[in-house]
Design a protein around this ligand. Structure first.
Ligand code: NAD
Length: 477
């Protein structure tokens, strides 16, 4: 037990299994990254809870699927209303466990709900593929069965809603495991949604990586949809082999941004700053290495520093805070390590912002120049409020360096000339190439990575259909 003050949550939420709220004798402590103190203790689901969850999900599946898409979409619309009614409570929990400012926590939930609204109005018709004298063929999309969803700590509720929505609309039942670092809001979401969903349709289990591994191996789960690191994604891919599960993997990125030599630096600076440094730099498809023309480097560096000077770092519950802490101590130390290593290799940290005194996992906004592509800060995903700025003199060289990565989630080109920017963007090896923005995700556009950034897509009809199998009806005439 901790010596910390009493948890903020009066009653920590429990697991949701078969419509029941379940507590466990073993608990995990959840730390508020703004204070470094424990603020909640949540259940640690074991094998028996996973078995109960799979059993409940399998029992609920036939009637949920049998409802038909229109009825399920009505229920998902009720879910949207229910979450909206409780958005303040949920946003508070996200801020307490994740660290981001309260308004941004509410924005995260709102974005997830807009996704749900869209999934609830996307039709999946049966396709009549052939109807002639010889044959009649229909193509149906059927639910895969039970979906296991595993999420990361950077956007706990957005990632959860993005998986729950399409899984349920397409007629699957679901078992969702949030990150052990940010389980509280997701557990509370599970409790709330029992008011709208039949028992067994949605299970939420909190637990560590072992629970994710057990879900991946479980023969009663038909698909894993995962958002997290490449490391875990690779483990899931091999763990899913023996049961040949369907997989959607949304993994890390090390997105490059290329500024062309015709930009209006002042007009672009704000967007460029937030492309790289929103959510304390913990955005999978955030801009993580910036390539600028050598002769514009000083102007761009200066313009970014001007924006950085205005950023208020602090506890996400406080008014006027733009950026919270890094979510966990391990990540904080990793980010510090990248910066120290870069400095050791001769990098110039030309801007370092302020952080509040006292505890909490705060890291200053840090802008770095004088680096080359070989150092870990540039080669790897830093996932923190640090931006390395690199120079180029030849655009072909910049494109080659941008593409020189095992990852390929997003990339961007910044220019006053749309056509010119599009030509460069079309050469970038990424799931999404943005022009004059980065990263912008909406639920009507597919999002996914190439290379080792993932497998499959989320969002849009393409993402929804990843929760289905083909079933073909073929009649001889
Ligand atoms: P992580 O991979 O450590 O953990 C994510 C989830 O996977 C957690 O719930 C964890 O318990 C579970 N897990 C860990 N190992 C597992 C295993 N072997 N088998 C099954 N489950 C396992 O990632 P993180 O540190 O929470 O998140 C940061 C990473 O997530 C970054 O790389 C970031 O880019 C990525 N991310 C990607 C997207 C995207 O859409 N592409 C979105 C958000 C975050």
């Amino acid at each position: 037990m901790s010596n910390s003050p009493a948890p903020v949550a009066d009653k920590a939420p429990g697991l949701t299994i078969d419509g029941q709220i379940v507590t466990t004798s073993v608990v995990n402590r959840v730390i508020n990254p703004a204070t470094g103190e424990v603020f909640a203790e949540v259940p640690d689901a074991g094998v028996e809870h996973l078995e109960a969850a799979v059993d409940a999900a399998r029992r609920a599946a036939p009637s949920w699927r049998g409802l038909g898409i229109a009825a399920r979409q009505d229920i998902v619309r009720n879910v949207v209303e229910l979450v909206r009614t409780n958005i303040d409570e949920l946003a508070m929990l996200v801020t307490l466990e994740q660290g981001k400012p309260l308004a941004k926590a509410a924005g995260e939930i709102d974005s997830g709900l807009r996704g749900l609204g869209r999934y609830a109005s996307t039709d999946i018709p049966v396709e009549i593929f052939r109807d002639n004298d010889d044959e009649y063929i229909e193509i149906h999309r059927e639910p895969v069965g039970v979906v296991g969803a595993i999420t990361a700590w950077n956007y706990p509720l957005l990632l959860a809603l993005w998986k729950i929505g399409p899984a349920l609309v397409t007629g699957n039942t679901i078992i969702l495991k949030p990150s052990p670092l940010t389980p509280v809001a997701t557990l509370r979401l599970g409790e709330l949604l029992q008011q709208a969903l039949p028992a067994g349709v949605l299970q939420i289990l909190s637990g560590g990586d072992d629970l994710g591994r057990a879900m991946t191996a479980h023969p009663g789960i038909n698909k894993i949809t995962f958002t997290g690191s490449e490391r875990a994604g690779k483990s899931i891919m091999s763990g899913a082999g023996p049961t040949l599960k369907r997989l959607t993997l949304e993994l890390g990125g090390n997105d490059a941004g290329i500024v062309l030599d015709d930009v209006d630096v002042a007009a672009m600076a704000d967007d460029l700053y937030w492309a790289a440094l929103s959510n304390c730099g913990a955005v999978c498809a955030g801009l993580k290495r910036l390539y600028v023309p050598a002769h514009l480097a000083s102007a761009i560096e200066e313009a970014l520093a001007e924006v950085a000077k205005t950023i208020v770092v602090g506890n996400g519950l406080d008014e006027g805070v733009d950026m919270g802490p890094i979510q966990n101590r391990t990540q904080l130390e990793k980010v510090r390590g990248y910066v120290d290593d870069a400095v050791h290799r001769g990098a110039d940290v030309y801007f370092r912002g302020e952080v509040p005194d006292g505890p909490g996992y705060f890291h200053p906004v840090t802008l770095v120049r004088g680096v080359d592509d070989t150092i870990p800060l540039v080669r790897e995903e830093q996932f923190g409020p640090v931006l390395p700025i690199l120079t180029y003199t030849d655009i072909d060289d910049a494109v080659e360096r941008a593409n020189n990565s095992d990852l390929g989630l997003g990339a961007s080109v910044w220019s006053a000339d749309e056509q010119r920017a599009v030509q460069v963007a079309n050469r970038l090896e990424a799931g999404t190439a943005w022009v004059n923005q980065h990263p912008v995700l909406t639920s009507d556009v597919p999002f996914g990575g190439v290379k080792q950034s993932g497998l499959g897509v989320e969002q849009s009809i393409h993402g929804i259909l990843e929760y289905t199998n083909f079933r073909v009806l073929r009649v001889k005439r």
